[in-house]
Design a protein around this ligand. Sequence first.
Ligand SMILES: Cc1ncc(COP(=O)(O)O)c(C=O)c1O
Length: 248
Amino acid sequence: MELACGPASRYQLTAAMIEAMDPAPAGLIIASPANPTGTIIGHEDLAAIAAVCQARGIRIVSDEIYHGLSYVGPTHSMLEFAPDALIINSFSKYFSMAGWRLGWLVAPDDLREAARAYVGNLFLTAPSLSQHAGLAAMDDIVELEGHVATYARNRQLLLAALPELGLTAIAPPDGAFYIWADIGHLTDDSMGFCKRLLADTGVATAPGVDFDPVDGHRFIRFSFAVSTPEIEEAIGRLIPWFADQALS
Ligand SMILES: Cc1ncc(COP(=O)(O)O)c(C=O)c1O
């Protein structure tokens, strides 16, 4: 079952939504910071979600793959509030190792053997070369924090440019490396819009329909996980293109 999360809840689940679910589900998946919005569930709201899940016997699966990529202070792990939660993480984001197929799961004692059996049957083990690369990446915090500084700079540049693109309705860009923007004043076909944008300017964005089959037709996702010169170049191409769209 999917729950609709809009701007009123920063595109995130709330404890009240979980409280209202009837019947209570066996489990619940949350992601903070989230893809495609980048929004973060605050410390108190995480605690409230954990409390309602504990009271209703709902197992939490917390996807924390964007931890370390926050522009509004430290991110809190669900483990702080729900010791029996399943925590998912990966080397793909903070460690910049997308494609290396390396991640981890923190499982509570009662699920450890079941998790081991699933992992063993589904893919046996993560590639050993990737595990060695992961060890090296974990020791290079200076380089990794340099990436975060680049994303922070890119985010500022993009946020400053958005009004010039006429994009004023965005999700709070707390973390990850995305901006989720409403383009409903320009189109109700985000897929066609992104295709035209790519063909005309060479700038790739993700259409909202990739993430949200209900309202995604009027949203677009920008990623700023590139170099700062690339962001500057992209913004230079986007401004005249969006100006043309507003006129046509
Ligand atoms: C929220 C979230 N979870 C999980 C993944 C999967 O990452 P990977 O399979 O590369 O570890 C992604 C990738 O974009 C993501 O955005």
